[in-house]
Design a protein around this ligand. Structure first.
Ligand SMILES: [Zn+2]
Length: 528
């Protein structure tokens, strides 16, 4: 096999090297579903998915697990959340016991989980989802909790080393949701050295002894829960965000606890950086809070592009998801990557090798057998605006002018791209970029004599047929037309834009007229 050039392949090789030859490798990711899972969290999931694919390419069997930390406590009601007052009554409950007041899901946690699980399938991410509340309730982690209680002092020392204030003397690695009022406002009492643990609740006064194997209320605190689960699931690889990877952060302490308490060699990891958002203005559209979800990104970027953004950037570099004019460039970059993959564009072999790998990793499912028909994003934006957002008409016009056919995979991708392009135009594109073709009932522009003659000249050109023209040949005619009428080219262009679009500027004129076609253009020109 050729030498690895992509970061996902380099990490896959590292996992095999460091963890040795194994029957199966376990790659893990996870989060607390306490709100909308945003695009920054998605970076972790997609990073793992890319490494999973790279491992499988090396012939390894891989289990990709995604842990929903849904036995975490409901700490605060997210900003902009409807039914605030009602939700505040559930603070300190496990989030699986907080009701879903906006939809019909069984809990607040489940509502957030389902939203993400659906969108993951759209971008080709298919992990085994693990639900921590269920696993704790089933007693799967009873032994892990017992062992933590047994080594309480060792864990305390490990954690205290990175704390300015030492943990209190009654600190316990286990916390308990009260069986009576469901809050975690409890104090841990005596542990009998086996399975029985007593606690008392500050909120309701309940006090009892629970059995770690049967109680649904007990759980490990985060910094202990994480390494316990590495050992339990046999995790070989798990990346983490910057905040966990700081010195003395939860990854560092988890490593020590995994080794000393659970006798487990920590997973291979890397640190991934933040994602910022560019060019979105005040238009963040998430229904819950001021965050950008994966679904929001999919409104503007087709699934392959979403994967491409992450596959093409090293995880430890910060980058911005753009909603401004960069969107056009990113689509162009992706299309070039695709042409390189299918050998329709050349570049140095070293760069081409990397581009080909990025293309493979950007595909939602398998790489298409043939290169899909490419619809340049900018051109597509023009076609859509010419056809008032009607996707079928815009695509039909594309096929007509390009003498091309859209079927199967090409059609599917073209339709998705067209939906994204239209969303971008209507919600994010700069004002300059937007236009509406003049209708025959719109007021006519007030033009001087030379301009009227020039427009008549343009009408003659269009009437004599556009089929034989290229963008270049038509462009040349404009310059001749301007000269003949004593106009500067810039004057002629702005006159044409005013006549056709009712504004001074617009898309490249020749390309625009060819895209629109005589049928759309002539009724407008004939009014002058
Ligand atoms: Zn209670």
């Amino acid at each position: 096999m050729e030498q690895a050039v992509h970061w996902a392949d380099i990490y896959a090789e590292k996992i095999i090297r460091e963890k040795g030859k194994k029957e199966q490798y376990v790659c893990a990711s996870g989060i607390t579903p306490s709100g909308i899972v945003h695009i920054g969290n998605f970076r972790e999931i997609i990073s793992v998915e890319l490494v999973v694919r790279a491992l499988r390419r090396l012939g390894a069997k891989v289990r990709f697990i995604y842990s929903w930390d849904d036995f975490d406590v409901f700490r605060k009601v997210p900003a902009d959340m409807p039914h605030r007052d009602k939700l505040e009554g559930y603070l300190r409950f496990p989030i699986t016991m907080v009701p879903d007041l906006t939809g019909g899901e069984e809990s607040y946690a489940r509502a957030n989980e389902i939203t993400l699980e659906k969108v993951m399938a759209r971008v080709g991410v298919h992990p085994d989802y693990l639900y921590q509340a269920q696993k704790y309730a089933a007693g799967e982690y009873a032994e892990g909790m017992r062992r933590a209680l047994e080594h309480r002092e060792l864990i305390r020392t490990a954690l205290d080393r990175h704390r300015t204030e030492p943990l209190p003397s009654d600190w316990s690695p286990v916390s308990v949701f009260c069986s009576s009022c469901h809050r975690d406002t409890t104090k841990i009492g005596e542990w009998d050295g086996g399975w029985m643990l007593s606690y008392s609740c500050d909120s309701c006064g309940n006090s009892e002894k629970l059995d770690l194997r049967r109680s649904a209320g007990a759980k490990l605190k985060w910094r202990v829960d994480w390494p316990m689960r590495w050992a339990y699931e046999g995790v070989d690889f798990e990346p983490a965000g910057k905040e966990h990877h700081s010195a003395g952060g939860s990854f560092d302490t988890a490593k020590e606890i995994a080794e000393k308490i659970y006798g487990y060699r920590p997973p291979v990891t890397f640190k991934y950086d933040f994602i910022s958002i560019k060019g979105m203005g005040g238009k963040i559209s998430s229904s819950l809070g001021n965050v950008l979800s994966v679904a929001d990104v999919l409104e503007v970027y087709q699934p392959e592009l979403v994967r491409y953004l992450f596959a093409g950037t090293k995880p430890d570099t910060e980058f911005a998801i753009s909603f401004d004019l960069d969107v056009i460039k990113l689509y162009e970059d992706y299309d070039r990557c695709e042409r390189v993959y299918f050998g329709n564009e050349q570049m140095s072999e070293k760069r081409a090798q990397k581009e080909r790998r990025i293309y493979e990793l950007s595909q939602v499912e398998a790489v298409p057998e043939q290169m899909p028909v490419q619809l340049p994003f900018r051109h597509l934006c023009n076609l859509l605006q010419i056809h008032d957002g009607d996707i079928a008409s815009a695509l039909a016009r594309f096929c007509e002018t390009e003498n091309s056919e859209l079927t199967g995979e090409s059609l599917k991708r073209a339709e998705t791209r067209a939906e994204c392009a239209w969303n971008w135009i209507t919600n994010h594109a700069p004002e300059d970029f937007r236009f509406v073709l003049r209708g025959v009932d719109d007021p006519v522009e007030d033009l001087d004599k030379a301009s009227i003659t020039a427009i008549a000249g343009l009408r003659d050109i269009v009437e004599s047929g556009l089929e034989a023209h290229t963008e270049e040949s038509l462009g040349t005619l404009f310059y001749t037309l301007a000269e003949k009428n004593g106009l500067k080219p810039a004057e002629l262009f702005s006159t044409c834009y005013r006549v056709l679009l009712g504004k001074d500027r617009g898309p490249r004129l020749a390309a625009f007229i060819l895209a629109a076609g005589g049928e759309r253009i002539l009724p407008i020109l004939r009014r002058y």
